[in-house]
Ligand binder design. Structure first.
Ligand SMILES: Nc1ncnc2c1ncn2[C@@H]1O[C@H](COP(=O)(O)OP(=O)(O)OP(=O)(O)O)[C@@H](O)[C@H]1O
Ligand SMILES: O=P(O)(O)OC[C@H]1O[C@H](OP(=O)(O)OP(=O)(O)O)[C@H](O)[C@@H]1O
Ligand SMILES: [Mg+2]
Length: 322
């Protein structure tokens, strides 16, 4: 009877959005004993335990299998997990925590715009100064593999624990690899991103561990959670469109062209149409229905659309369900 363990950020910029994400799915995260208690629960789901960890610890816990699910940035997944392909499964991106991991150099380096330029500078630098170019970063693994891809070997990594953008001005490195969202920290430190220097586009993801103990209990709890998550995601992308038309079959044929689908059919009713329509196609759908004789078309927002087939759970089960 091993419970499903979900690791969520205990602090930092992903924390608040994570609570909102669970809230939208109708799941209430409870932290008995307040912010200093590192174990919690989800209201009404007895087989789920919450572990509050830092975003980077979450990536490591997914790798070692001590948690089943975790919410963390894709950057941390790729930096902290050796073989992410075979170690974790990305369940779904969450639409928050967007940031790019980038290579940035001083703006004063006017001749350096690309990774190829940087490669030239790196060789020159070594010849001229008798030491290697220094790159300040906490993304050591991402940097090594990205630089290797561009054939750059003449550099040395200076591990940074924070305020990485300050390293060039402080004289502790020539350039940096760090994460950026608005670009204002880079700008404030007179740094520019190389044109092909975006190493990774990151955002927060719901990630599953492939090495955790996926007991029947844990899998069942995962299904309950993913049912709610998928139902909310689906609902956010569609609207419920209703109308009374001359000929239902004909109207459905027309709106199916723009992706609207009949979900709730009453074979005795030849005139009522009620379809789930992609959010962006609602106005076109209404126009088509009016063309099919509707006087009025109403559009409703839905909270959840549950379906028997769960597009988030099925791929996970295939990987861990035996
Ligand atoms: N502008 C940003 N700067 C840094 N991280 C960001 C930014 N936007 C989103 N993120 C995401 O937030 C996560 C980092 O969160 P946070 O800073 O709370 O964790 P952390 O620094 O790894 O924690 P700790 O260092 O204590 O382990 C990363 O996954 C990153 O992708
Ligand atoms: O492009 P911007 O919008 O300016 O954001 C990027 C900055 O934000 C992060 O630092 P954070 O505030 O998380 O501090 P940290 O270095 O202690 O993690 C990151 O390390 C950058 O320094
Ligand atoms: Mg941080």
């Amino acid at each position: 009877m091993s419970k499903l363990i979900i690791a969520i950020p205990s602090k930092g910029r992903l924390q608040e959005n994570t609570h909102d994400f669970f809230g939208r799915a109708g799941l209430k995260v409870e932290q008995p004993g307040g912010a200093r208690n590192y174990r919690g629960a989800i209201k009404g789901l007895d087989n789920v335990e919450i572990a509050f960890l830092s975003a980077s610890e979450i990536a490591r816990s997914l790798a070692d299998g001590s948690v089943h699910f975790g919410i963390t940035g894709l950057d941390l997944v790729h930096e902290n997990i050796t073989d992410p392909q075979n170690t974790v499964h990305i369940v779904t991106p969450l639409g928050f925590g967007s940031a790019d991991v980038v290579v940035a150099v001083p703006k004063a380096w006017i001749d350096v715009e690309t990774m190829a330029d940087l490669s030239d500078v790196a060789s020159d630098f070594r010849n001229r100064h008798g030491r290697r170019l220094r790159v300040a970063t906490k993304y050591v693994n991402l940097t090594r593999s990205f630089f290797a891809r561009y054939g750059i070997a003449d550099y040395r990594i200076v591990e940074s624990a924070g305020a990485t953008e300050g390293a060039p001005a402080a004289g502790s490195a020539e350039l940096i690899v760090d994460i950026t969202t608005t670009g204002s920290t880079l700008h404030a430190n007179n740094l520019k991103i190389l044109s092909d220097g975006v190493m990774l586009k990151s955002q927060a993801n719901l990630v599953a561990s492939l090495s955790a103990d996926w007991s029947a209990t844990a899998l069942a709890a995962a299904r309950s959670i993913l049912d709610r998550v998928a139902a909310e995601e689906t609902a956010r992308g569609v609207k419920l469109v209703k109308a009374v038309v001359h000929d239902r079959t004909q109207a459905l044929r027309a709106v199916s062209q723009i992706g609207a689908i009949q979900r709730f059919s009453d074979i005795n009713d030849a005139h009522h149409v009620s379809v789930l329509c992609p959010k962006d196609a609602v106005a076109d759908c209404a126009e088509l229905l009016i063309g099919e004789g509707a006087e009025t078309v109403t559009v409703e927002t839905l909270d959840y659309v549950f379906t028997k087939e769960n597009r988030l759970f099925t791929p996970l089960k295939e990987k861990v369900g035996g």
